[in-house]
Each structure stands twice: as structure tokens, then as C-alpha cells.
Design a protein around this ligand. Structure first.
Ligand SMILES: [Zn+2]
Length: 432
């Protein structure tokens, strides 16, 4: 899709409008923090969707509330309700979609402030989910409103959505919007997700995910004569050792061309999520050689590695152990696969945000990619919309931390950047 240069008068008016509504965007961020949408289990989603929807309606949007009724996580106690607002310009396209997830991770330990009070102190807003990503949602809502208050008429349509469950995969949230055609190639022209990636950085994608479970099998025997059995736990120990000695040095040799941050994540990684072997813990035990041991692995792979070769590497490693270790037997179960995503070179959404960042902050934007995944995958993989990035206020390292905060200045600047980018992508029809 194309970009439409904004008339200088419109730029000035939009920037001035954001400055004039700065207090409102801060207040609205605090309002959102005060709705404790903790996930799991997905608390008070409906209430939060309505807070966003009411504000959008007041700002001239047509609003509806898509509920992911077909998902197992949608229950009477914890309904999976999303909110989508659309405000048409003189035409329906270009259609620019701003999306934020309104679920937040549990509070955890170490807070010195009330995580759901929504307090502003010394130029920072504090609260669970302020960076990740209620400030981003507020920035999106008020970016659209600043354009309206500036008297700038757009050619295309602006959409703002608030969705659920990003922290647990986004299947009832952004994936639901994509599955039901709300985010769709040929309909949606650009998507910006205001995740907290620092106010001068544009995030063009993420690494892939392969979660798998390995079970080693042994031979049960009396624990006083372990030489008569085969320990599945010993075998799992050998698996972990082979991963450390054979696999991890190979990761170190491969570096992605994608600008993943932090830099250490430009290689593949593997983490052991869980490990259990032998008899259940916490119960009375009897003397037995463990006949089975199971571990869950979280492998993050590079765009250049791809899923097929990532999986094959694991299978080859385990098959190699079958040949080398007497009585080594294993089972492998795939738990989750997420393909890596990367916004295409020259995407208009990257260009528009880059120009706006330069104009607002007076410095060049940096392109980055995320070590973990976020809702970008559903936009690209299910919706087929490649013109998608993450850009928003907040510092990445603040996500999921105690005393989570977001700078007020970052929030205001990100609102300006989003407003100018939307104007450039949707096109300015005229000024009133
Ligand atoms: Zn997030």
C-alpha cells in the first residue's frame, strides 16, 4: 500500500492536539490499570472491553464486542470478550488497525505500590500492565481522537481494538479477530500493535517457538539393586548433557540477520520448562528404578533455521542417542509451534512510523525484533496481513516486572507518532 504525505498544517495541528489532550491520555491509562484484567485466569475482561468501547463510542467510533464463544477458555465465569471500534473516513480504505491486548500478567512479588491503583508519580505512571500494554491502548485511542480534534479529515478508516489473552497465546483474542475476518488481507491495509518496545524502536517480528515434550523410558527394578533395571532419569540426564554439549554450541555458531533484541537472542535458545521422573513427589515412595521421565522444552528458533530443520535436529539428536546408549528409548510430542514472522522490507507501516518518530523525537528509528512472540503472528499467519509491526510507549524491560511503570513523556510522544503514522497511512482528505 502507499503512503500519503501529510500537509504540514495537518502535522502541526495533530501534534498540538496531542499536547492539549496529554492529561486525558494519562487519566485513561490509569482508568485501564484500575480494571485488574489478570491472566490467567482472565479476570474482568468484559468490564475492560466496555471501558475501551465506551471511550471509542464517545470519540465517534462504531463499536462492537466480538466474543470467542467457540474457544474452550471462554467460560461463564471468564468470558473472552474483545472490543473493536471503526471510524470511517471518506472511504473505507485504506483501513488502518491499531490493536492492543488488555490482559495483564499476575502481580507477583516485590511491589512497593498498589498494582491496580493507577498512580502517577515523578513523571511515571505505575501499575500492573501499564507498559504491557495499557499505555499502548490509551495511546492508540487518543491518537485517533487527536486527529479528530485537530479537524483533520482522513480518507481511510481507523480501527482500534482491545483484545484478550495475548499473554497466553491470543487464541481467543487477536487470533479470533483474524479467524473471523476482522483482520484480513485485502480488507486490512496496515496493523500497528503498541507493545512496549521503547518509543524510538519499531519491531518487525519475532523468533519462532517450538515447545516439545520428551519422555525417556526405562526398566523398573528394585531400588536396592538398580543394576537390574534401567533408569529413565539417568537417560534424561544424558539427553540434557547432549543438548548442552552438542546442540548449544551449534546455536552459538548461527546468528540471525533479523535485528532481535537483546543481542544474545540473535541465536537460537533452548530452555527446560519442566522435568519430572519416577514416582510422584510428595507421596509415600517405594524403592523403584524410574521407568519413565518427562521433560518439556522451549526451543526458540531463527527465521533462517525454520521449523522443519529445527525439529529434525532434535529428532536426529535423540535417534543418535538410541544408537549410542544401550536401552535408550524415547517418545517425542510436539506441544506448540509458532513460525517466526518478519515484516517485509519496504513495508509502508515501517516507513510511516520511521518518518513520524524522526519528526516527533528528532532521531532515527531503530528496527528491532522480539525474542518472544506476540500477536503479530496471528495478523501475519491467520489474517495474511504482512504490513504489521509493533510500536508503542513503555520500556520492554519493564514488562511483567514489580512496580511496572511507563514514562508520561513516552506515552505522549508515542501518541503523536501513532497519530501522524495513521494520518500518513490513511491519507488526509482535508482540514476543517
Ligand atoms: Zn504485551
Amino acid at each position: 500500500m502507499s503512503r500519503f504525505p501529510i500537509p504540514p498544517a495537518a502535522t502541526d495541528r495533530i501534534v498540538a492536539a496531542v499536547d492539549a489532550l496529554a492529561d486525558e491520555v494519562v487519566d485513561f491509562t490509569c482508568d485501564l490499570i484500575r480494571v485488574p484484567t489478570v491472566n490467567p485466569p482472565g479476570e474482568v475482561y468484559e468490564e475492560c472491553a466496555r471501558v475501551i468501547g465506551d471511550r471509542l463510542e464517545r470519540f465517534g467510533f462504531e463499536v462492537d464486542y466480538p466474543v470467542a464463544e467457540d474457544r474452550p477458555e471462554h467460560t461463564a465465569a471468564h468470558p473472552r470478550m474483545n472490543v473493536v471500534g471503526a471510524r470511517a473516513g471518506s472511504r473505507s480504505n485504506p483501513r488502518i488497525h491499531l490493536n492492543g491486548h488488555f490482559d495483564v500478567v499476575p502481580v507477583g512479588d516485590g511491589w512497593t505500590l498498589d498494582p491496580f491503583a493507577g498512580v502517577v508519580k515523578d513523571g511515571r505512571i505505575y501499575g500492573r500492565g501499564v507498559s504491557d500494554m495499557k499505555a499502548g491502548i490509551a495511546a492508540a485511542v487518543y491518537a485517533a481522537e487527536a486527529i479528530r480534534r485537530a479537524g483533520v479529515k482522513l480518507v481511510g478508516t481507523v480501527e482500534v481494538s482491545g483484545t484478550v489473552d495475548e499473554e497466553s497465546g491470543g487464541w481467543a483474542g487477536m487470533a479470533h479477530l483474524a479467524r473471523t475476518g476482522r483482520i484480513k488481507k485485502g480488507v486490512t491495509d496496515a496493523v500497528i500493535i503498541p507493545e512496549p518496545l521503547n518509543v524510538d524502536r519499531i519491531c518487525i517480528g519475532h523468533r519462532g517457538v517450538y515447545w516439545f515434550e520428551v519422555t525417556t523410558h526405562g526398566h523398573i527394578a528394585h531400588g536396592s539393586m538398580p543394576f537390574l533395571g534401567t533408569s529413565a532419569i539417568e537417560h534424561m540426564g544424558a539427553v540434557l548433557e547432549t543438548i548442552r554439549n552438542d546442540l548449544m554450541p551449534r546455536f552459538a555458531e548461527r546468528t540471525t540477520e533479523v535485528p532481535v533484541v537483546p543481542e544474545s537472542a540473535r541465536h537460537g535458545t533452548i530452555n527446560v520448562n519442566a522435568l519430572h521422573g519416577g514416582q510422584p513427589l510428595g507421596d509415600v515412595q517405594s524403592p523403584c528404578v524410574a521407568h519413565s521421565c518427562t521433560a518439556v522444552f522451549d526451543r526458540r528458533f531463527l527465521l533462517e533455521e525454520g521449523f522443519e530443520s529445527t525439529r529434525r535436529e532434535i529428532v536426529d539428536l535423540l535417534d543418535g542417542m538410541v544408537k549410542e546408549l544401550p536401552e535408550f528409548r524415547y517418545g517425542l510430542r510436539d506441544l506448540m509451534v509458532v513460525e517466526p514472522t518478519r515484516t517485509p522490507e519496504g513495508a509502508s507501516v515501517v516507513g510511516a512510523l520511521g518518518t513520524a518518530i524522526n519528526g516527533v523525537l528528532g532521531r532515527e528509528a531503530t528496527l528491532v525484533a522480539s525474542p518472544g512472540t506476540y500477536d503479530h503472528k496471528h495478523v501475519a499467519r491467520i489474517g495474511g496481513v504482512e504490513n504489521c509491526v509493533a510500536y508503542g510507549p513503555g520500556v520492554l524491560e519493564q514488562a511483567h516486572q514489580p512496580d511496572e511503570w511507563c514514562e508520561v513523556d513516552d506515552l505522549v510522544n508515542a501518541t503523536k507518532v501513532l497519530a501522524l503514522s495513521v494520518a500518513e497511512l490513511a491519507g488526509v482528505e482535508g482540514l476543517s
